[in-house]
Design a protein around this ligand. Structure first.
Ligand code: ADP
Length: 274
């Protein structure tokens, strides 16, 4: 699984077609030190994820719907990145490619030394289970199962003992503010509670990459705020890279970096400017 990470040495500068990692808020934090003329003792972190020259097309009514036109970008460890852009631009498709749910027509994604785009089906399933947490707009919980059972699913899927998986699920439910709901059936919970359960399910495997596709898109504004704040605080408390697709510009302003996908191109925009 160890793929060559040649070129992951931070040696690529701008002007090479890449959107380098850390050119947003997190870089500005580091820039506070750099601005005082202090040379950093350690080199900047290597990109955690690198997408190289991605293209993707769907065949629709006998014609190719070309979504991406050679997308290249990098994400650093622990960055919280929003992907914004008009509906139909390909944001969800991009997330699916990063999470090995889909493969691009060409190009590759390397995540933490794994070449995601060349994994076999079995390897991709393992990558998804071990390395990636997903939160979708619609939580996709199993309504007849309890909140704890839903959260425990990824651990059960990888063969952990049920008692241990449920124990871990209960502690995750506590972290997302639902300690009193462990035995409730998922179908009995409110929309915001269900999304909290989905977040706990996404994080129970301690993934390095969290992919969230419109996680607040189906919620009212107050619940949306509390779910985003939960994702934000869980993200900040972990060495996790989070990519969040959102149409909510107020939320996008609170992330480290914003990437806007329009007409097949990705551009970096300042979070304050969205
Ligand atoms: P976004 O998340 O930005 O709204 P999507 O990634 O969901 O965009 O979809 C981008 C475009 O690709 C849309 O026009 C959509 O209809 C099309 N599309 C998505 N999945 C498929 C598919 N499996 N087959 C054909 N077209 C698809």
């Amino acid at each position: 699984m160890e793929q060559s990470v040649a070129g992951f040495d931070g040696s690529l500068g701008t002007g090479n077609g890449y959107l380098p990692a850390g050119s947003g808020k997190s870089d500005r934090v580091r820039g506070g030190v750099l601005a005082q003329g202090v040379t950093p003792a350690a080199p900047l972190p290597h990109p955690f994820l690198r997408a190289e020259n991605l293209t993707h097309s769907y065949a629709v009514a006998g014609r190719a719907l070309r979504l991406f036109d050679g997308l290249s970008f990098e994400l650093n460890t622990a960055e919280l990145v929003a992907v914004v852009g008009p509906s139909g631009a390909g944001k969800s498709t991009l997330l699916h490619i990063l999470g090995a749910l889909d493969t691009p027509s060409s190009g590759r994604v390397v995540c933490d030394a794994t070449c995601v785009t060349t994994l076999t089906r079995k390897q991709a399933a393992r990558y998804r289970n071990l390395e990636v947490g997903y939160v979708w707009q619609f939580h996709y919980l199993l309504p007849e199962f309890s909140a704890a059972e839903n959260v425990a699913m990824p651990l059960l899927a990888r063969g952990d003992r049920k008692s241990e998986a449920l124990h871990s699920a209960c502690s995750w439910l506590e972290r997302v503010g639902l300690s009193g709901r462990a035995e409730h059936r998922a179908g009995e919970l409110s929309g915001g509670e269900q999304q909290r359960v989905a977040i706990a399910r996404a994080l129970i495997t301690e993934p390095k990459l969290l992919l969230a596709d419109e996680p607040t898109g189906d919620l009212d504004s107050e619940t949306s705020e509390s779910v985003f704040s939960l994702i934000e605080s869980l993200h900040r408390s972990r060495e996790m890279t989070t990519v969040l697709v959102t149409h909510n510009m107020a939320l996008a302003r609170r992330v480290d970096r914003v990437l806007r996908l329009t007409r097949g191109k990705l551009e970096e925009v300042s979070p304050e400017a969205v």
